[in-house]
Design a protein. Sequence first.
Length: 267
Amino acid sequence: MSSSAAAFLVRRALSAPPVFLRLRRPPSLFYSSLASSPSSFPSPARAAVPLSSARVSSFTPLRFASSSSKVSADDTLKRVIDSEIDCVVQSDDPIREVDLPDGFPFEIIDNPGDQTVVLKRELAGETIEATVFMNYDEEQDLNEDDDDDDARDDGHDESSIKPTISLVVTIQKGEGPFLEFCCNFNDDKLEIESMSIKKRDDPDAQNAYEGPEFSDLDESLQAALRRYLEARGIKRSMYDFLHEYMINKDEREYLTWLKNMKEFIEK
């Protein structure tokens, strides 16, 4: 898949803000402030304590507190991870294999650890690939819209809203240029966001003419391009299967992610 398609995926994927840890500086040792204030020198009895001993006694409690805090935080995290794993495993909708629909024409390439899957088929000298991912950003936008009174009056139920399935479809013939479609799939229709012709030796050429916006094309041309995809197996009837498959994959990947995190914490 070209880097432009990968960039499309990155823009659509969820992003979580990084967590920054603020480290507090240890308090200054008492003797550093005494040097600038002669009138506050300690009594001879205190002054007899070697400076190195004062340094050890000041830092030892800090080291002990830091180690104790780390153990406590690790134990808490492990308990929370175990609880979350139990919730996933004992869910009312357990992780299971999703059956392929009858006559499904694509091979499914599903690599563990990836957030996407690839559909692939060969048809009459063409190689058709579709990189599929769940677009949760669209689901969030729909949920926000449903907070409006008008949406509630229309009978929309938040539990019935399904996220958009997004695809980057490439159609290749031999070693020459190929077509790339960026699409959104929902339970009503297949929407094409963009279509471009890519050069295999330079798929991300900066100055290449990519045609007008898809929505600006003549409606008959838009309809013909949708039919072109449908003839190659990219049909709106795939939505229910892809939705179920991607929800299942998300659960599997989440469970594996939790187990990997637990394994790291326990080392």
